[in-house]
Design a protein around this ligand. Sequence first.
Ligand SMILES: Nc1ncnc2c1ncn2[C@@H]1O[C@H](COP(=O)(O)OP(=O)(O)O)[C@@H](O)[C@H]1O
Ligand SMILES: [Mg+2]
Length: 377
Amino acid sequence: MTALPPNATIGLVGGGQLGRMSALAAARLGYRCHILTREVDSPAAQVSHAVTISDYSDPVSLRAFAEAVDVISFEFENVSAEGLDLLASIKPVRPAPSVLRISQDRLAEKSFLNGAGAETAPWAPVHSLAELREAAARLGLPAVLKTTRLGYDGKGQAMLRTQEDLEPAFERLQPKPLVLEGFVDFGMEISVVIARGVDGSISAFDTVENRHKAHILDLTFAPARIPQSVDAAAQATARRVAEALDLIGLLAVEMFVDRTGRVLVNEIAPRPHNSGHWSIDACPASQFEMHIRSIAGLPLPPAVRHSDAVMKNLVGPADVALWPQILATQGLIPHLYGKTEAREGRKMGHVTRLFPRGALPGDFGIRDALGVLGEDA
Ligand SMILES: Nc1ncnc2c1ncn2[C@@H]1O[C@H](COP(=O)(O)OP(=O)(O)O)[C@@H](O)[C@H]1O
Ligand SMILES: [Mg+2]
């Protein structure tokens, strides 16, 4: 395809903050966005040209949406296989439905990753309690039991420490089947966000370090403070996965670094990712601009970073209550997502703090630099 011309319309499936920030980047490149979402007054629709409010599986709405746009992409991955095929029969869908099908299903994802030569924690499919007992005996405990579909922010998983944990976790987690993963005693969690264009060109952002709190991403440090060899392995893994997927679009690769420095892939997401939000402020072209450029057939600039950065998520009512102080703190770059209701555990916004390249402080310095947000960091 030739590049999408200015004023063309990009269809984005999903109305959350990832869609909002993609739509803002699209607007700067002269495009309009049309959002497909279930939600009235969604973060993405607030800043977009048009919105279709519908279920993600209604064929009439999917068809009308596809007909109204020039290219289709996602911030929400869990569209049904039939829905994806319907969209793809009308307009180019990027990343392709085949890519989404892999990332929607942890079993398909892990088989694919291992087949592409990317290492993961040991894993086994679990369809029954008997199969779980057998898998736990083989992989050992502790282990993590997860749903294969629809998990996010730690929802849909259970840590298994003893034999007694197996049955209640198996009963609780839905939908089946499940997957059992060996527990990785990681030294660090890292990720790489990588864009691949229509012509196969690649731009990869620097490897970053991620810290979670209550299973929700809390902090991202750019760059990750890792040895060069670990960085090289992470970057090579991300590139290998993007190429094996024949990706057109953006991909986030979440990885563990184990105590011996080995890099294991945790999961992949073919869309902008929370661990790439720092790039809005620290890079000439953010992950959202790379997302839009890659699906629109525009050239991909190098994913250079002009500053070091730390990103902190604003989660739930407690963090939102700090908004006035955040705005009053010099050096904090604020981002709010336009959500009216601050439920517990809900991502409401984030802040970025920049440092000169090479001057990312240690944990104490970061805490200090985050001001009122650093108190619990
Ligand atoms: N096999 C594992 N070993 C150790 N920690 C894990 C494992 N799987 C998940 N975790 C922890 O739980 C977090 C969320 O799990 P993940 O599979 O990424 O699901 P989600 O879809 O919720 O992001 C990970 O970032 C990591 O901190
Ligand atoms: Mg994850």
